[in-house]
Design a protein around this ligand. Structure first.
Ligand SMILES: C[S@@+](CC[C@H](N)C(=O)[O-])C[C@H]1O[C@@H](n2cnc3c(N)ncnc32)[C@H](O)[C@@H]1O
Length: 270
């Protein structure tokens, strides 16, 4: 895929920068996962399972941060990991940090014989049927330290996907109450997080209720991004409607933002 024009790719295309989501948000979607886990207390000596790690969108940041042997990735599409290592991460970092990868597609997390401090599954359950989510959460629990933390995203909707198997690159939605039921059935405590996501909703799970953020902690989990018009609705609630317009008519949004910025620049700022 050398020489590919990234701007021509769309989410789900067979390119390591596109297969995992919108290519123009590849950087952001990696950074926001890293920022969330650091805010939840991830330290360099912790062990992290990046479940469905794809092309190391977040993994490349975790790899740099974590100590040797602390990053674990599960991803059935090995070519995504190889693409990321060849084009972004480099063999030297792999030799230094010694990440471990497994390519199973059975939601098996005991393959490393490790209990994790953190498990992240970003945009995995948004493609999975309820029976797969049940298997995954049961396995996550068995691979989690007693004080460990799981974070995962869901497409929260008004109805539940009742089909089977893996849906890709399409997405499936679940009601909040169904997501809570998944947690209950796996024997996990759960909370919805206010951490910003441009399309989905973040949830956290733990065996230990003490690892579920309380109200005063939740206010620190906004995930806001300042000075980036694309993500203005992460902090400016009045731009929510504008966010919807942006999603349905990106050209219109880009034009209005540019106009607004031009005005500000001409005026010398507010
Ligand atoms: C939307 S991508 C998200 C990738 C990554 N979590 C990120 O945020 O960049 C979903 C990923 O799940 C992977 N996947 C598909 N089936 C899987 C399975 N059975 N177990 C784990 N991951 C799977 C896909 O190959 C893909 O890389």
């Amino acid at each position: 895929m050398e020489g590919t024009d990234i701007s021509q790719l769309k989410a789900g295309d067979q390119h390591y920068l596109a297969y995992v989501g919108p290519p123009d948000q590849y950087d952001f979607m990696g950074a926001t996962q890293f920022r969330l886990l650091c805010t939840l207390g991830l330290r360099a000596n912790h062990s992290l399972l990046d479940f469905g790690c794809g092309s190391l969108r977040a993994g490349r940041l975790f790899l740099n941060y974590l100590d040797e042997g602390r990053y674990f990735g599960i991803e059935p599409n090995q070519w995504l990991i190889e693409g990321a290592i060849n084009k972004m991460v480099g063999r030297d970092l792999v030799a230094i940090k010694k990440p471990r990868f497994d390519y199973n597609s059975d939601f098996m997390t005991n393959v490393f014989s490790e209990r994790f401090d953190f498990i992240v599954a970003q945009s995995v359950f948004s493609h999975a049927s309820g029976d797969l989510i049940n298997i995954a959460l049961h396995n996550f629990k068995a691979s989690l330290k007693p004080t460990g933390i799981i974070v995962a995203t869901f497409f929260k909707g008004d109805s539940d996907y009742d089909g089977s198997g893996w849906v890709y690159p399409g997405c499936v939605s679940y009601r909040h109450s169904t997501i809570e039921r998944f947690a209950k059935e796996a024997g996990l405590f759960i909370a919805q997080l206010p951490w910003y996501h441009p399309r989905q909703t973040w949830y956290t799970f733990s065996i230990d209720q003490g690892r579920i953020p309380n109200k005063s902690m939740l206010q620190h989990l906004s995930g806001a991004v300042l000075f980036s018009p694309e993500f203005a609705d992460s902090w400016d609630k009045t731009s929510k409607g504008a966010g919807l317009i942006r999603k349905s008519a990106p050209g219109v949004w880009a034009k209005s933002i540019k106009k607004g910025l031009k005005k500000l620049i001409e005026k010398g700022g507010p």
